[in-house]
Design a protein around this ligand. Sequence first.
Ligand code: UDX
Length: 450
Amino acid sequence: MKIGIIGAGHVGLVTGACFADLGHQVMMVDDDRRKVAALRAGRVPFFEPGLEELVRRGMAHGRLRVTRAIPEAVDCSTLLFVCVGTPTRPNGEADLSAVETVTRRIARSMRAYRLVVEKSTVPVQTGAWMRRTLREMVRRGVDCDVASNPEFLREGCAIQDFLHPDRIVIGAESERARRLLVDLYTPFHAPLVVTDVSSAELLKHASNSFLALKISYINAVAQVCERVGADVVKVADGMGLDRRIGRAFLDAGVGWGGSCFSKDVAAFTRIATAHRCDASLLRAAAGINRRQRPYAVARLRRLLGPLRGRTVGVLGLAFKPDTDDLRDAPALDIVPKLRAAGARVRVFDPKAMPAAKKLLGRGVTFCRNAYEAARGADAVMLLTEWNEFKELDVTRMASLMRQPVVFDGRNLYDPAAMRRAGMRYAGIGRGQMQQTAHSTQHTEKAGKKR
Ligand code: UDX
């Protein structure tokens, strides 16, 4: 098929490169001159495992081309995927200005039937607006359709998620639109959910919000674990064996970051509120997540005492491993809070250092590896569970530190192993609170009363 992709971001570029690799003819469009130049030179302007190789292969085989002109893509493509950003406005609403601009430009360029496909995450009923706008603007006699085909790609494993999805969601109003998308996706051999546009749009917001809800739920359970001396990792393992619950997204930690969860939960909250529905669950999830960041700093203060004059080594800045993406990363909140408390901060991240240098600014020492970040530190704070941090020589790290203290913001480490290496270790929800002298006496007294 001939496919146009409008927007060469994390979603658009993965979608276009994968379709090209599957043999389709793809025209990628982006209005960023530098990004287009980089792509034409075979460079991808962000880190996503395997993507740069896929882009180069597509361009070498002539199946992936890049342009800044939407009319060029409209002329040579039957399907046009809209993959532009829908950032959050200050009031929580999704900013659809890019979607609106692109829709109008497509309409003005259309000379023959085109199927315009929403891949960007948009509020429900955006497709209805797009369809009205296209039909008002296209030349007389030119037919068009709008469909919704939301993505469920996770950064760091986006190509895997695209090629081997749990399900493919198709929201379409006409048989012609349905047929085009079913034919496109049948070779994926994944379950197809074929429905109307609004259900497909809502399915995306509902899915992401549920995943966010799951994370905040386990973080709330972790707080109880710390008070009663339970281990949230064991609790989550036991919960997850129930197939109705599932283990994924039950990892307690400093909470979610990234370009999607906060945005989608805020947008879904706005949609529910606008339709006078109960958005309290969504607000609660967002609130718990927001509070995880200052909570992490408070936990470190409980470990170290006053932070003024202390040195903290931060391991991991990206919002998750296998990406250089710092959008809404917990580290972007936590590092400034450490600085504001008077701590000296040393940081290391395997991929996100160039971006971090632009964002974290003065007063932070950027290190070349985890051991350098730990050198002379009163504590190490792990915020991103990169694989390479799993293999660190903990004894060597402890020997470099002024005090052997670790706050494990992603429960990456085994508390017993850390203690055997001489570390004072605190995770999130690992029952440390119970193990201090005071709280043990407290529990014994409580036990006598019963
Ligand atoms: C998410 C959705 O998973 C994906 O389906 C959607 O298309 C885009 O948004 P992404 O944000 O790339 O993907 O990464 P994800 O793996 O979902 O992690 C999001 C954040 O949640 C990360 O900061 C991660 O550290 C955090 N997280 C994830 C937890 O804190 N606990 C968990 O158990 C899982």
